[in-house]
Write a protein that binds this ligand. Structure first.
Ligand code: HEM
Length: 442
């Protein structure tokens, strides 16, 4: 297949790869996020892909970057194929991911191969109860989320506002309690250790290896599994058997790291609801229906969470490395090609029609026939055999928190004037800068 020329490849690197790398792949960098938002860099990436698709057709589009062969996947059916035919011949454990994620999860399923991947995946699915919308741990999770939301809202009522800083601290308390147990609620040192390892991971191959920090962090995680606090994921890890070599506790670092993305998605969903009154009305109705202390499915709020990740994907590049030569309409691509699904394009441009740049949570709910679920271009949680096994758990956590926040409070967005119901949703939303005015008693 003909590869892109040097100039066009440089354009893809400049408009697609650089903003993703600058913003931080493994942990977001606040200053860079602000820059990417102010300069509309992500929008340029989507436009660049649109132009290349018009010129070269649906692809995949091969290009070489620093000697490594990539192919950008532009067509929804090709995206479906790559994700379905995982892990063979499309392996999720690319060199890029292995070198960065090994900083804090050397035995994580995402960077495992062969039989080891299969065993770890099975274990992770069992513990996270992948297919279930309401988990065995849903009762405790609901109680934890509502308690922490209550404390967060007390502070917001006093100050009249909700900022990212306070939200983030409350979010991590929830994550530590859900994953590791109540004993970890105030273990901010653990989150800081993970943060430092993630910062090193941002540099992929070029980053320093932080082996001592990694082993201190991992032994702290293991100590929570040893305590096995009832109702926590750590307890499910402790009591779920797995073959030797699975490294059961070693799967937890990915969950802690990935829950960070769900915090971003929650605040961004709140920003969408604060600026889209009709959807806010529907969300409020759902939040106040039924017993709020019992676990609930909350389909509309789940749709809001999914829209938040569709519009601002937390994995902007889903990568797969081919283990064999692969055939496409336009020819063949050699083994070792890295297939890149650039989700901002797939989620926003023509493949995402008819909603593209609009906030449309209804496309994820039963009532509108789950249009989004049948569109292979929309993959906020990836899909196929290596799709996110935590999706339902994330949607349960985020929708429960949104319901608690919306039950008796209203929000107006004090940051980001460009976010309006009448305008296309902006390509980037710097979550660090989010700030709401909060009114109690609706
Ligand atoms: C908003 C939050 C989240 C989003 C958008 C998300 C999305 C994704 C995506 C796109 C992938 C595929 C990555 C790739 O192929 O390179 C993935 C993989 C994965 N996610 Fe999530 N995730 C989220 C949170 C979570 C949470 C909280 C957990 C665990 C509790 C989790 C567990 C995993 C695991 C274990 C994998 C690797 C699966 C495999 O390789 O078989 N994720 N996730």
């Amino acid at each position: 297949m003909p590869a892109l020329g040097a100039r066009e490849a440089a354009g893809v690197v400049g408009d697609v790869l650089l903003p993703v790398l600058a913003g931080g792949v493994i942990v977001r960098r606040p200053r860079a996020m602000s820059l990417v938002e102010r300069t509309g860099w992500d929008r340029r990436g989507v436009e660049r892909m649109r132009a290349l698709r018009e010129r070269y057709g649906p692809g995949p589009l091969p290009l070489t970057v620093r000697g490594r062969a990539y192919a950008v996947v532009l067509d929804p059916e090709d995206a479906r194929r790559v994700l379905l035919e995982t892990p063979e011949p499309f392996s999720p454990a690319t060199l890029e991911k292995r070198s960065s994620l090994a900083q804090f999860q050397p035995h994580g399923v995402l960077i495992s191969g062969g039989g080891e991947r299969a065993r770890r995946r099975e274990f992770v699915e069992q513990v996270l109860e992948t297919p279930r919308p309401l988990h065995e741990t849903a009762g405790r999770l609901t109680a934890v989320v509502r308690e922490e939301a209550g404390l967060l809202l007390e502070g917001a009522e006093r100050s009249g506002q909700l900022r990212w800083e306070e939200f983030d601290a409350a979010w991590w308390r929830i994550v530590r309690r859900v994953v590791l147990g109540d004993a970890a609620r105030d273990d901010t040192a653990l989150t800081a250790q993970l943060g430092a390892l993630r910062s090193a991971a941002n540099w992929s191959l070029a980053g320093p290896r932080r082996r001592r920090l990694r082993s201190a962090f991992l032994s702290r995680v293991r100590s929570y599994v040893a305590q096995a606090e009832p109702g926590s994921l750590a307890e499910r890890v402790a009591r779920t058997p797995a073959p030797t070599g699975t490294d059961r506790a070693g799967q937890i670092p990915h969950w802690l790291f990935a829950y960070d993305a769900a915090g971003m998605a929650t605040m961004r969903a709140l920003a969408l609801l604060a600026t889209h009154p009709q959807s806010a009305g529907q969300a409020h109705q759902e939040a106040t229906a039924g017993d709020p202390d019992a676990p609930r499915e909350l389909p509309f709020l789940r749709g809001c969470a999914l829209e938040s990740v569709r519009l601002w994907p937390t994995t902007p590049l889903i990568l797969r490395e081919s283990t064999a030569e692969t055939s496409w309409a336009g020819g063949t691509l050699p083994a070792g090609t890295v297939f890149a699904l650039y989700t901002p394009y797939l989620h926003r441009a023509e493949p995402a029609a008819p909603y593209g740049d609009a906030f449309a949570p209804g496309q994820w709910t039963e009532e509108t026939g789950r249009e989004a679920r049948t569109n292979p271009a929309l993959v906020p949680f990836s899909s196929g055999p290596a799709g996110c096994p935590g999706e339902n758990l994330v949607l349960l956590t985020v929708s429960t928190l949104l319901a608690a926040l919306l039950e008796r409070h209203t929000y107006s967005l004090a940051s980001h004037p460009q976010l309006r119901a009448s305008a296309p949703v902006p390509a980037t939303l710097d979550h660090f800068a989010l700030r709401f005015r909060v009114d109690a008693g609706c």
